[in-house]
Write a protein that binds this ligand. Structure first.
Ligand code: TXA
Ligand code: MG
Length: 337
């Protein structure tokens, strides 16, 4: 695996980016940073290249990938039609952490979309991702660059831990910004439906267009976003998600420790300061920080000698919705007092 560390020196970095872009053009897979999490990219027009992503990640073949483009014009080339509300959403939120699911025109390789008639596309807001797409002059399919089922990578070292020697190159440009993935929005109907909560909140989307409220129903009956049915974000030990007061969390930790279990506590700084545990990781003081720190913290706790992770709950407003969605999927057990 080639390792390119972005230096901040434009000449040097452009040399690395050119090298990474030619790997992409040659059908190789390259991990690169976006504003949300690191992605594992390959040429979306090349079925063999895309297959390498599925093999490296051990990703189920029926879980389609998000295609990354640099401009609205490049996006429009892959779909049959852009609804007016999507034009407005692009105007307001792209480049940014929002993915549009639209009817495709057959241009991309079939395994990108897992044979569906729709395709998920986004314009990432990260200079490295932008340059890489521009230089390769290709639409780049890229799922999160983690081993399937594990927390998404927010540092290049996470990609190395999961995929070293299974990919051609890794571009390291430090920590990603948002920390949770993009919001996936089904835009095939008269109104959009949120398939996955993420960096752009429902509240923000609704300043542009009303969101349809069939999301829970959709998920139960037929997962419209095929990835949502799989196990996700799992740390290496059971995670108990607790919706209760600080006292109730304390009681739970005490009762587990009395049985001889070692406990890792995952919570906001305010809570971490009040409680005792065998290992403690603070998620920060605001929900924006919680989103940024969540996956890294799950990976840190996975490396500790503990039997359980006990994690506090968050409100499901704003980015809290995306955080709770990830935690509920990571949890082996949810306790609501
Ligand atoms: O922030 C992100 O979105 C990151 C960065 C790398 O861009 N990417 C990412 O990709 O999270 P991935 O593959 O880990 O998640 C893609 C999600 C999955 O839940 C998948 O099922 C859904 O998007 N998806 C992809 N194509 C779809 C389609 N045609 N219809 C419905 N859902 C789709
Ligand atoms: Mg993923």
């Amino acid at each position: 695996m080639k390792y390119f560390k972005m230096t901040g020196n434009v000449n040097k970095d452009m040399k690395y980016l050119n090298e990474a872009a030619s790997l992409l053009k040659n059908g190789q897979v390259v991990a690169f940073p976006t504003e949300t999490v690191y992605g594992l990219g390959a040429n979306a027009l090349d079925e063999d290249a895309i297959n390498k992503i599925f093999v490296a990640k051990e990703r189920p073949a029926d879980n389609p990938l998000i295609v990354h483009v640099a401009t609205k014009k490049q996006l429009a080339k892959l779909v049959t039609h852009l609804p007016t509300y999507v034009e407005k959403l692009i105007e307001k939120f792209s480049p940014g952490p929002i993915t549009y699911v639209l009817k495709h025109n057959g241009m991309c390789a079939k395994n990108v979309t897992a044979g569906l008639s729709t395709i998920a596309i986004r314009i990432p807001d990260h200079p490295v991702a932008y340059e890489l797409i521009k230089l390769s002059d290709l639409p780049i399919a890229a799922p999160s660059a983690n081993r399937s089922g594990k927390p998404s990578p927010t540092l290049a070292s996470h990609v190395k831990d999961d995929l070293k020697n299974k990919i051609s190159a890794l571009i390291d440009s430090g920590k990603t910004g948002v920390g949770v993935e993009s919001t996936v929005l089904d835009c095939t109907g008269k109104k959009p439906v949120i398939l996955r909560h993420g960096g752009i909140t429902k509240e923000a989307i609704e300043t542009v267009v009303k969101v349809n409220h069939i999301e829970e129903q959709v998920e139960k009956e037929r997962p419209k976003s095929p990835g949502m049915k799989y196990k996700h974000y799992a740390p290496d030990m059971p995670l108990i998600l607790v919706d209760g007061t600080v006292d109730q969390i304390e009681e739970l930790i005490t009762s587990k420790r009395e049985k001889g279990y070692r406990i890792g506590l995952l919570a906001m700084k305010q809570t971490v300061n009040k409680l005792e545990a065998d290992e403690k990781v603070s998620l920060g003081t605001t929900e924006t920080e919680v989103a940024q720190n969540l996956y890294r913290s799950l990976r840190i706790l996975s490396k500790q000698k503990i039997d359980f992770i006990i994690c506090e709950s968050f409100s499901k407003k704003g980015v809290g919705k995306a955080i709770m969605d990830r935690l509920e999927r990571a949890a082996t057990n949810i306790i609501r007092y």
